[in-house]
Write a protein that binds this ligand. Structure first.
Ligand code: G3P
Ligand code: MG
Length: 376
């Protein structure tokens, strides 16, 4: 079968297939920045055979362009942003909702995530580094010198009084939404600031709503107490890095924040939106990108124009909670079927997986061979 496939590709330009692969990154193709042994061989084989694939990761923290270039270097395969979805890529669909509003962006190294947010089109982005540099008392245990190199000054702004009063607080800082783009690096600082905002009057930093985070209580008269929406870019409790045991991911931070929230509010419901795998919106976003990438392949190559749409997608992942659950549950609006393949090279290392894949294999090469066998 392997050779037959190769022969057709040497005689006539292979037609772009009506099936494709979606690859998780951490634990499938990479461990931190170390490529897994057969990752290069797998992706270059698929490219030679004109079998479309995308990379669908809960990772992030830098622009899609920067990450795609990095991955191309790492995996020695030419990858571009059309075949690449990170945890925060779907935040691009929220830019219009927050046009000209001020958002807090946190997570990732230094100022990278602010720059990603600004490249997406968010126009007024603050970070915890800006806030702790401007108001060191916000978190007594922070070392502002750690942030000075990338903090931006907050001109003629001050903290709100405890009781926000529109008549005398017009130069206070109002945050309209909180976006966690990637794993927070300073859990304590971020937790204090996000807690302050969710307990504030409508995001006026320094104010305190009498509702103590309980959004079901009535607003207090003149001042809407709307909590700023809180967005997480992925729910991963654990992920597979270079270390031999799984590491806490953004879902670990979310669990920690939820613990603080429960202790401080006495159990108020935490209003939040979580993006990333396993959620259906993420898979729908990824499928759209996969389809347009496949059409670009059809259009660019010498292959006959395949009129039929994408029929089958093989999702290869290492985390049953995100990759497998998401692919198993995904109901494509365009009628493609997704099949989940679990590899042993990452978070999952044996035993009954929490969510049952179509098959469990050693690594990404075996995963692709299984998919090709299914294609006959
Ligand atoms: O932050 C990375 C972690 O969430 C896992 O990413 O590539 O395995 O979806 P990935
Ligand atoms: Mg993974």
């Amino acid at each position: 079968h392997y050779h037959r496939h190769l022969q057709t590709s040497t005689q006539t330009p292979a037609k772009v297939t009506d099936f494709a692969f979606a690859f998780d990154i951490d634990g499938v193709l990479l461990r931190s920045s170390n490529p897994l042994p057969r990752a290069h061989k797998t992706l270059s084989y698929l490219q030679k055979q004109r079998i479309p694939f995308i990379l669908l990761t809960n990772g992030g923290g830098k622009s899609e362009t920067e990450r795609a270039e990095e991955l191309s270097q790492c995996l020695k395969v030419l990858l571009d942003v059309s075949m690449f979805v990170q945890s925060h890529t779907p935040f691009t669909e929220l830019v219009d909702e927050y046009k000209d509003k001020r958002i807090l962006v946190t997570g990732g190294d230094g100022d990278k995530c602010r720059r990603v947010a600004e490249n997406y089109g968010f126009t007024n982005v603050l970070t915890p580094a800006d806030l702790i540099t401007a108001f060191p008392a916000l978190w007594p245990f922070a070392s502002p010198q750690n942030y000075e190199s990338y903090a931006r000054p907050i001109p003629n702004r001050r903290l709100s009084d405890r009781e926000y009063n529109p008549r005398s607080n017009d130069n206070t800082i109002k945050i309209d939404a909180v976006f966690i783009f990637n794993d927070p690096r300073d859990w304590a600082l971020d937790t204090q600031i996000i807690l302050d905002l969710l307990l504030s009057q409508s995001g006026h930093l320094g104010s305190l709503s009498p509702k103590n985070g309980n959004t079901s209580l009535p607003n207090n008269g003149y001042q809407q107490d709307g909590q700023p929406p809180l967005y997480f870019s992925n729910p991963d409790l654990l992920w597979a890095s270079a270390y031999h045991l799984p590491r806490l991911g953004q879902g670990g931070y979310k669990a920690a924040f939820e613990g603080v929230w429960k202790a401080v509010t006495g159990g108020a419901k935490l209003e939040k939106s979580v993006f990333g795998k396993p959620y259906q919106g993420t898979f729908a976003f990824a499928e759209k990108r996969l389809q347009s990438h496949r059409h670009a392949l059809i259009g660019s190559g010498r292959s006959k124009i395949g009129t039929e749409g994408l029929k089958r997608v093989y999702m290869v992942g290492d985390n049953p909670e995100s990759d497998i659950l998401g692919a198993n549950d995904y109901q494509s609006a365009s009628g493609s079927t997704w099949q989940s393949i679990l590899v042993r090279s990452g978070v999952y290392s044996g035993g009954e997986p929490a969510h049952k894949p179509k098959v469990v294999v050693e690594d990404v090469w075996d995963a692709v061979q299984w998919g090709l066998e299914k294609e006959g």
